[in-house]
Design a protein. Structure first.
Lengths: 361, 436
């Protein structure tokens, strides 16, 4: 996990914004091959959106070939109500940038069949080849999207009842009147987020400190759904100093040191998702079968939790950068393959470079 | 990227203004506004984006300038050499000159107005009023400023508060048919088909049967009744308001002054409003000649939500100093223009003004210390509400007409001064600005 600690909210936001812009730029998206961005609402991303808008207006980034998927939307409030996430996104981001309306995806909380809406949403994500980068925030109870404490870590897009804590927190957008806050929402699942090739989470302010501590220093736990990020191959958390209040000094120092060294060595932004930036790659990779180990592509995810605890969830990325094979079966290795003689190089064990070649076929 | 769903239009149809401050109530807010030249209205941009996949065809960066709703003048007698109280041998010439005036007037920021006809003969009303009927239904931006219907100022006014109106044409009404006779029944009594040519009538409520029967009759026909050119006492004025008068024509001018034992028409603004007795709107001429600046400020403080700036400008607006003919009732008079001041030749009475509405706003801002949005409200939202055009004009809300004025703000020597940079009518730029 990359864990970036910035001095304050502004620095954290501009770090995240720069990171996203660099990603989009490096990706050089086209109409056929858009950059797919997952987006949150709430107070955490506000600074990021503000900077994205500034940079767009300065001509430093274009959203013409960016496709967005929002995390969630309330059920049964008018779409153009000022508290709706459609309105939030319009006011804070979409109205200021050049994203084509057809590239914007937000769950419809007024759909006649909410179940069907959720299934269609997952299908849409798959159809564009999955999400390249999911930006997220967290709640005080550690929820990611509207995956409240106790949500299955294998959950997908679905109808969710909001926790009382969340209703309290969100009442600030509804004249501080609890009665006006919708009690239900549509939300992407934890698993939907984990399947993104990269997840960037903003954690700002002292109110989020406990949640951050639980998610970073404690184990994977459905009571703090963000902790599932520990299972993701390329997560990044960006926080301000206030959010670190509950962390051990050691933890803070450790991650700050890592970043310092990384910067000094000049690899501030490694490209973990080079699999996607490789323009020769097909959008929907085929399932990979190596030595009988079936590795499903990200676009046909498994839905059982036990399965995910075994397999690193963002599977296409694991094709190139997975460090160990998932509890491999016995393989009939030969001493000859270890000699280095070209005659013996045909190995039977999975090799990363070989896998990636197979993936791209 | 323009939506593929929309047919290609020769002109950019959806314009987005950005980096601008909008007049919203009593404040200026940093917000974008989208207008459509197809509907001529302000778009609900969020709905357009999510439902219709519309994106702007052009985006105009205003560099922090102010967008106001288009100005509305409730009392304008003419401009640029043309007076609405004019008879011509060939009345089609009248229509031509009227249309020419509209194109010029829009450049001053006045995107709609109520052309005003003073006390005149029956003949003139019958011939002229049909030309002054509401013209907005064509929704043609190129037509310039839009008539909202005529304002007939007289002839049912007081003989002693006539101002410069010709006494010989003044009348006292006893029934509604007296009005129909003078103005023409088709001009003030609605038939099923079209909108009435007359929008507003200034009358003296103390005359004849005006208050008991005529005011309610006009009200029920959808005509705004304004008290003016009147000797009404406080009690008479209050009765007129109770009967349905909702406006006062050029407050303080051509009426009794405030007396501490009889506060007169102005006193109505001091009453406690309730649902049966809403305080009326009132027009104020802030040209620096008709009223003392302090008087303007007192009126503003008395009832800010009713305060409407009007020009009462004559056809001399936009003309050089000189001596100009004016058809006044049965005879001809001469008006002498010297700077901004107009006088009736030989009498020295003030004869209207030669001021634009934006100059009135600037005067008012200077004298009152009101904020810029408060000042602009007096020529936008307030007159629109007075004319029953809430939700149609006078505000920058989605669904209202896209009549806009782009204003620059100069602050020099401690004075705030607004300048009209661009004017947009029905979502189309009709004045100023480099083409974007």
């Amino acid at each position: 996990m990359r864990f970036i600690i910035k001095n304050n909210e502004d620095e954290a936001s501009s770090y995240a914004a720069n990171y996203i812009i660099n990603r989009i730029t490096q990706f050089s998206p086209s109409e056929q091959r858009p950059f797919v961005l997952g987006l949150p609402t709430g107070s955490s991303p506000l600074g990021v959106y503000r900077i994205l808008v500034q940079r767009y207006k300065a001509g430093e980034v274009s959203f013409e070939n960016v496709v967005t998927f929002n995390m969630d939307e309330y059920i049964n409030i008018p779409r153009d109500h000022q508290g709706s996430y459609h309105s939030f996104m319009w006011t804070n981001l979409f109205s200021h940038i050049n994203i084509p309306p057809g590239n914007v995806n937000i769950l419809d909380g007024n759909a006649p069949n909410l179940e069907a809406e959720c299934i269609a949403y997952e299908a849409k994500i798959k159809a564009v080849g999955g999400i390249d980068l999911f930006l997220a925030g967290i709640g005080e109870d550690g929820h990611i999207a509207f995956n409240e404490p106790g949500s299955s870590l294998a959950s997908r897009t679905r109808v969710k009842t909001l926790a009382y804590d969340t209703i309290l927190a969100n009442s600030r957008f509804f004249d501080d009147n609890l009665e006006l806050v919708p009690k239900m929402a549509l939300t992407v699942g934890v698993q939907t987020v984990l399947e993104a090739r990269e997840v960037v989470v903003m954690v700002l302010g002292a109110r989020k400190a406990l949640a951050l501590q639980q998610c970073i220093e404690q184990g994977v736990n459905h009571m703090w759904t963000l902790s599932a990020l520990q299972l993701h191959p390329h997560p990044m958390i960006i926080c301000d100093e206030d959010a670190t209040l509950e962390l051990k000094v050691k933890t803070v120092k450790y991650f700050k040191d890592i970043e310092r060294v990384a910067r000094a060595e000049g690899f501030d932004q490694i490209l973990p998702s080079n699999i996607r930036t490789d323009s020769n790659l097909k959008l929907v990779p085929a399932a990979v079968v190596v030595n009988g180990v079936h590795t499903p592509p990200c676009t046909s995810p498994q839905s059982t939790a036990s399965h995910h605890l075994l397999l690193p969830p963002s599977t296409p990325t694991t094709c190139t950068s997975r460090s160990r094979s998932p509890s491999p079966d016995f393989t009939n290795d030969r001493m000859g393959s270890r000699i280095g003689d070209p005659a013996f190089t045909r190995r039977l064990t999975p090799a990363p470079e070989q896998q990636s070649r197979q993936t791209s076929e | 990227m323009p939506s593929a769903l929309r047919p290609t239009l020769p002109q950019p149809s959806v314009t987005k203004f950005t980096n601008c401050r909008l007049v919203r109530g009593d404040s200026l807010v940093w917000e974008d506004v989208w207008v459509s030249s197809v509907t001529g209205k302000i778009l609900q941009s969020q709905v357009a984006f999510y439902d219709e996949f519309i994106t702007p065809d052009q985006t105009i960066n205003l560099g922090g300038r102010i967008i106001s709703p288009g100005f509305i003048d409730c009392q304008l007698n003419g401009a640029f050499g043309f007076n609405f109280s004019t008879l011509m041998n060939d009345m089609s010439e009248y229509g031509k000159q009227f249309r020419a005036l509209n194109k010029k007037l829009v450049e001053t920021g006045v995107t709609s107005y109520v052309p005003t006809v003073t006390s005149q003969t029956r003949d003139l009303y019958h011939k002229v009023l049909p030309y002054l009927a509401p013209s907005g239904s064509s929704r043609l931006a190129s037509a310039g400023s839009e008539s909202l219907g005529a304002h007939v100022e007289g002839p049912f006014i007081s003989r002693t508060k006539n101002g410069i109106h010709d006494i010989s044409v003044l009348q006292t009404p006893s029934t509604y048919s007296d009005l129909e006779n003078v103005y023409g029944a088709a001009n003030i009594t609605p038939s099923a088909s079209v909108s009435l040519p007359v929008k507003m009538i200034t009358l003296a409520p103390e005359l004849g049967q005006t208050t008991p029967s005529i005011i309610p009759g006009l009200r029920s026909n959808g005509i705004v009744v304004s008290i003016g050119h009147s000797e009404a006492t406080f009690e008479e004025a209050s009765a007129a308001v109770s009967a349905g008068a909702t406006m006062i024509t050029h407050l303080f001018n051509a009426m009794r002054p405030l007396h501490h034992r009889n506060p007169g028409i102005f006193g109505v603004l001091g009453t406690v409003p309730d649902s049966n007795f809403p305080r009326p709107y009132f027009g104020v001429i802030a040209d620096g000649i008709h009223l003392h600046p302090t008087t303007v400020k007192i009126a503003w403080n008395a009832h800010p939500d009713g305060f409407i700036l009007v020009t009462d400008a004559m056809h001399t607006l936009g003309l050089p100093d000189g001596r100009y003919e004016w058809l006044n009732g049965r005879g001809k008079d001469w008006i002498v223009k010297k700077g901004g001041e107009l006088q009736l030749e030989g009498k020295g009475t003030i004869a209207g003004s030669s001021i634009t509405l934006i100059e009135c706003v600037n005067n008012f801002l200077e004298w009152s210390g009101a904020s810029i949005p408060e000042g602009l409200k007096t020529v936008t939202a307030t007159p629109a509400a007075m004319l029953g055009l809430k939700g149609v004009k006078g505000v920058l809300d989605p669904g209202t007409d896209a009549d806009l004025v782009v204003l620059s703000e100069d602050i020099s020597g401690g004075k705030r001064h607004l300048r009209v940079d661009e004017v947009w009518k029905f979502g189309v730029r009709v004045f100023g600005g480099a083409s974007g």
